[in-house]
Design a protein around this ligand. Sequence first.
Ligand code: TXA
Ligand code: MG
Length: 329
Amino acid sequence: MIVDGRQDSAITQAAQVLAAGGLVAFPTETVYGLGADAGNDAAVAGIFTAKGRPSDHPLIVHVPDANAATRFAAAVPPVAQRLMQAFWPGPLTLILPRRPDAGRAAAGGQDSIGLRCPAHPVAHALLLACAAAQPPVLGLAAPSANRFGRVSPTAAAHVASEFGDELLVLDGGATPVGIESAIVDCTRGVPVLLRPGTLTRAAIESACGERLWLPDELPGAAPRASGTLESHYAPQAKVRLMDAKNLQAALHVLGPDAGAIAVYARSPIRTRSPHYRRMPDDAIETARQLFAVLREFDAAGVKLIWIETPPDTPEWEGVRDRLRRASAA
Ligand code: TXA
Ligand code: MG
């Protein structure tokens, strides 16, 4: 059931469902999350079942502010404190050492925990209402509210289309950021970028006061992370990335058959396909609409989506990452 998340009564109802161990979907500034009480392992198990996600894949726990992080984190290293100060509330998840007594199921058994303080007003109101519940719900474990491996939802209707009418969905409109948060692992001694988002590497490094590493630059196995699987965030249709010239040439070769291929490109493309969308010139705007565009193509029943490869510049890193994974399916 979709309800208006801006109504106090909807927030109260959602907090009651969560406090009783149920699931509620809610908007964040990045994508919609499928939430459960992070302190209730049975409730968290419900998320894994609903999503069809392996239970050893850790979830992100959402907290109302940086103080609440210490309910789940055993320590907050200085670099994490600097990142919280710079970007919370906002689209940044920090991996921190986990308190052994907190969030075991949410962490998928890892001794670390992913924490994020979302900037969306509906998410914030929900987290405050949960903290005020009796007994209090101190954090919401919430992965993106989609079935495992699929495109993350950026609208309430996307969530309802994946989980049906039973699930309570707080509607907060279209999510403004549109791709998932950047994830920085702060448990390795140096900050490690596990997943790029819309915050640029330069902005994160400037807040850290040191360089950001990539997982394969460090020895030792990185923790399991669905968002870092090679094939993920995939629509039903097959996605191919090409530069504009090759894309145009391939459409030309296909002639009339090209009408069945969806095209998403920044450059002007000549095609008779009814499924042609212009990609914005701006990375932030593209991130905002990307997942909805992929879902529209799926809903139209196209089998192939051809996408112009985004520019190889820092602000496009998050979008490039999601498209690379979508096309790896
Ligand atoms: O923007 C977002 O981050 C959205 C919204 C709902 O907050 N959430 C989201 O959650 O994308 P999810 O579960 O779809 O992706 C969470 C990512 C996964 O790749 C997960 O494995 C990783 O975070 N993660 C969570 N806890 C971790 C941990 N302790 N160690 C390593 N990776 C972790
Ligand atoms: Mg996800």
